[in-house]
Design a protein around this ligand. Structure first.
Ligand SMILES: *[C@@H]1O[C@H](CO)[C@@H](O)[C@H](O)[C@H]1NC(C)=O
Ligand SMILES: *[C@@H]1O[C@H](CO)[C@@H](O)[C@H](O)[C@H]1NC(C)=O
Length: 630
């Protein structure tokens, strides 16, 4: 199934994705009796599959948070090495006391440990987390532990990563039952008779209450669920049973079961929807720009020759104004530079993702690659900012170089610090650790900022784009234009099309971001991103043309805002998503959600605004160099 979906994804580019394996993804072969490590990751809130269910929190908790009272390994939990992106996306991986050996103790019921004196307060904490549908995340040989589920639409079995901390719905209404028993099924593949590879990790959690005897009890059917009392101390016994099951899935395709795309038809629908939008737009733009503009040019040039009357109308009237410096060229060029840096990062990351380098089997690779590319594309950002600044008539190059290198990262840092503060007060493990912060600051000051400065130098030295159109010494009066060309109206109007092309993918992205699910429909995402870029560029050109026709020549800022118009729709959609898919009770979760949403909208604004501005700049230059001006 996944292979079908994946080939569907990358049908354009790489039909041979299965051939790719990456550093850290080399197969691990076990001999019989070898120790198999089970690592534990942070607990994450889960959107249960049933329709109408809502995500109830956005906060991750460390597995060894004291209040959970999970069994700890001898000598205390030890953190496992992780990549930068993995930490940024909330992974906190530790070792565990589970004693698993390849093909040993098949089906034996074993006690993990018994924790005594679980206080009422701790029980309440656990019960609250169960009510919020928290999931436990384990990793065995790099594979996440999953629950096997049935896709109701396609009737296919797939592995849903993570499993429930407890049971909310069961027999007892309102009293959550804690899962204290785990049926672990490890699927192995045998490439040679003596070597074994793990190709699937399934867990069925269960709640086993009742009196505790000296022998462990794994009888799921015949037991009452374990309900924690919030009034008096009690003890919890954790039990587990490992079963080894041979499988014919080879190691190379072991992720296929995990990367299940629900209803690929929706993605296709969205893609076709976007393509229709693009075709519609292209037709419109080609009609307007190629027919009326070339007619205009023809007429202008003809009139100048045949009659001696100098009569201008439409966009030609403002030819002496269009290259006048806009207000605040510094800020505009800084935004364009940073937008270009982000654009380059997104484009190259998507290419890498399409090539199969960033699948979830490489934990955190997506965020790591994004951070690294962002740092290196500081040079692109600096260059474009420097050049744009010179072209817009600015002359304080140093200030431009400095602000380009520092403004956006400082702003994002401020937001992240604020969110971190809320996460820490909520006792969450999701806060970015100090060491990671230092690493990011190093990336920024060690790579991005110097490269950006060098880029700015080159950009300024290259100087302004030459325009052969003189700027009038005295600015023209601007007549009042039509209502739909007012700044806000035009931004909102122009944002509809790119947003309309992307909102289905946006839904999936928000869902995987907030429900801590890996995102892997990169093929659809890349196509959608291409469509959005194209739509943004054409819409901006179109609106800039309308503006110039109504003799409004201050198009520089306007084209940026028009290009970034989809961000307003993203904000609105984010709030709608909150209302329809989330039920956030705590202040921290709400602040976190709004913080992320504002960040997403801001980055989108910079990226699409830059596309709009650069496209309009290109079009304006083309337009005004095509006519004869005396
Ligand atoms: C382990 O037990 C299960 C169920 O009893 C059985 O299906 C499986 O073949 C056994 N595996 C091994 C390696 O013996
Ligand atoms: C083990 O594999 C067999 C056949 O592949 C399957 O019928 C059985 O349900 C599996 N056992 C478990 C516990 O998954």
């Amino acid at each position: 199934m996944f292979r079908a979906a994946l080939t569907a994804h990358i049908f354009l580019l790489l039909p041979c994705i299965q051939a790719f394996y990456l550093p850290g993804a080399a197969p691990h072969s076990y001999a019989q009796g070898d120790k198999v490590d089970l690592f534990v990751n942070a607990l994450t809130p889960m959107m249960t599959g049933t329709t109408g269910s809502k995500l109830k929190s956005l906060i991750n908790y460390d597995y060894y948070n004291r209040k959970f009272r999970f069994c700890e390994p001898d000598g205390g939990p030890k953190t496992q090495p992780e990549s930068l992106g993995s930490i940024l996306f909330g992974d906190r991986i530790f070792n565990s006391p589970y004693d698993i050996k390849m093909l040993q103790e098949n089906g034996t019921c074993r006690t993990l440990c018994q924790v005594d004196e679980v206080t009422g307060e701790e029980a309440k904490f656990i019960n609250d987390r169960i009510r919020e549908d928290y999931a436990i995340n384990w990793l065995v040989d790099g594979l996440p532990a999953a629950e096997m589920k049935l896709d109701v639409r396609t009737k296919e079995l797939f592995f849903d990563m993570g499993f429930n901390l407890g049971n909310n719905e069961g027999k007892m209404q309102n009293v959550p039952a804690l899962n204290n028993h785990y049926e672990i099924v490890l699927r192995y593949h045998r490439p040679t008779p003596e070597t074994f590879r793990i190709v699937g990790v399934l867990v069925w959690p269960a709640s086993i209450g009742g009196p505790q005897t000296s022998t462990p009890n794994c009888d799921i059917e015949g037991s009452q669920p374990l309900l924690l009392s919030e009034d008096s101390p009690q003890s919890i016994r954790y039990t587990y049973r490992v079963m080894w099951n041979e499988s014919d899935t080879p190691w190379a395709t072991r992720w296929d079961n995990y990367l299940h795309i629900f209803d690929p038809r929706i993605h296709w629908f969205s893609l076709i929807n976007s393509i229709v939008i693009v075709v519609f737009l292209c037709v419109m733009v080609s009609m307007i720009l190629f027919r009326s503009v070339s007619k205009d040019i023809h007429r202008y040039n003809a009139i100048d020759i045949s009659e001696d009357v100098q009569e201008d109308w439409g966009w030609k009237l403002v030819h002496g104004e269009v290259f006048r410096s806009p207000k605040n060229p510094l800020l505009l060029s800084v935004m364009v530079g940073n937008g270009a840096q982000l654009c380059a990062m997104v484009a190259v990351t998507l290419v890498f993702a399409l090539l199969g380098f960033l699948s979830p089997s490489n934990r955190g690779s997506l965020a790591t690659v994004m951070m690294v590319f962002w740092s290196f594309f500081g040079s692109v950002g600096g260059y474009i900012s420097g050049r744009a600044y010179a072209s817009l008539g600015g002359n304080n190059r140093r200030k431009n170089a400095f602000i380009t290198a520092t403004a956006l990262p400082s702003f994002i840092f401020a937001i992240v610090f604020l969110l971190n503060f809320f996460l820490l007060t909520a006792g969450s493990s999701g806060a970015v650790p100090f060491g990671t912060m230092v690493l990011i600051i190093l990336l920024w000051f060690g790579i991005s900022a110097p490269l950006s400065t060098v880029g700015s130098c080159f950009g300024s030295r290259k100087g302004a784009l030459e325009n052969h159109v003189r700027v009038n010494p005295i600015p023209r009066q601007i007549p009042p234009g039509p209502k739909y060309l007012k700044p806000w109206a035009s931004a909102l109007l122009s944002g509809i099309l790119p947003f309309g092309a992307a909102f289905v993918e946006l839904y999936f992205m928000l869902s995987s971001l907030f429900a801590s699910k890996a995102y892997y429909a990169f093929g659809f995402l890349a196509l959608t991103a291409g469509v959005v870029a194209l739509t943004t560029a054409t819409v901006s050109i179109l609106f800039t043309y309308f503006l110039l026709c109504s003799e409004e020549y201050r198009w520089h800022w306007r084209s940026f805002v028009i290009g970034g118009g989809s961000s307003f729709w993203i904000l609105a959609y984010g709030i709608f998503y909150w209302a329809s898919r989330l039920r956030l009770d705590s202040l921290s979760s709400a602040v976190l959600y709004m913080g992320y949403l504002v960040l997403i909208a801001l980055l989108n604004f910079l990226i699409t605004g830059t596309i709009g501005f650069l496209a309009s700049y290109w079009a304006v230059r083309k337009l005004y160099t095509a006519i004869r001006i005396d």
